[in-house]
Design a protein around this ligand. Sequence first.
Ligand SMILES: Cc1ncc(COP(=O)(O)O)c(C=O)c1O
Length: 386
Amino acid sequence: MITYSRQSINNTDINAVNKVLKSKFLTQGPEQIKFEKNLSKITHSKYVATFNSATSALHISCMALGVKKGDQVWTCTNSFVASANCALYCQAKVDLVDINLHDFNISTEHLESKLIQAKKKNKLPKVLIPIHFGGMPPDLKKIYSLKKKYKFKIIEDASHAVGARYFGSRVGDNKFSDITVFSFHPVKIITTAEGGAALTNNKKIFEKLSMLCTHGITRDKNKFFNKKKEKWYYEHQLLGYNYRLNDIQSALGISQIKKLNKWTKIRNKIAARYIKAFKHLPIDYQIQKKGIISSYHLFVILIKKNKKKITRDKLYNYLKKKKIFCNVHYIPIHRQPFYKKLGFKEKNFKNAETYYKNCLSIPIYPDLKSYEQKKVINEIIKCFKN
Ligand SMILES: Cc1ncc(COP(=O)(O)O)c(C=O)c1O
């Protein structure tokens, strides 16, 4: 069985986790601090707060940027629902932006025209959450220029993009944003089983992220409202959550980070082989611009109209029979019954609709053997030839 994605765990990872299980700290100990330091080192971000998922990191990031009831938070419709749900957790209003069909990321044209309309109605977003879809950074330079003009904050949802690069900048360095969020779910680039992180260069934002992740409690005597001197004293100042990543998970993360560069190269090689092999097929894929290195969490093919009338569903079912399990990323958020109830209409997301009907995520992960990739390629070619 070949799946679209899966984790890669070896004995080094297992030994790292075992070591923690035999140690004094299982929850918040030295491994969590080290994992945060290592994430900071590889991304060049000043501050890192780890979380028990990207979903919780997104929630707390919205809170740390002051998102509250009635605020507008915008994100891209081609994403997992967590990118939008985080705003609803804060009782904000969500609006969605269409994608472009070059890299399947947020359409900056659609974004700009929505911003022009929103300004007229005095309904500009407080926060925009662009996605690094499949590991491919969106047009951050244009998004950043719009941020300056329309004065919104940015949370990059880089759940897919640990290890990606953008014109000399490392995804996570927040050159174009206030906060960047990563996911360490097993199908992603590196894993801690469940896990996430929020990265920022702003000390105040970081302090909020850390406090809200752990109940809204501080143990820093310089921040106490009551000037207590007792060593055991702590203070609950904000309504936060228990969203912490533990030391067992962090040890796995530390071990996984060591393989990040190697894995990014492997993923890019796998992608290059697909692109070469499908040259003559009616298939589009994400275009990687010069200066960008995708982490290729996903390799998505977009099936164009073709003489053989091969559709996405036909290809999906054909590959499934051959024990190749692909997936669809994503059912656009505006199509989910929960969001439809909020009033979103398919006709407002023309590109995402075209994309959704024709997209398929085919296998890509570091342990994908070359004979397995050949099988995937051969079966796809066969399906189009039959
Ligand atoms: C773009 C995006 N954002 C957020 C999430 C949520 O990640 P997690 O499972 O770590 O909460 C996912 C998960 O698939 C995702 O794809």
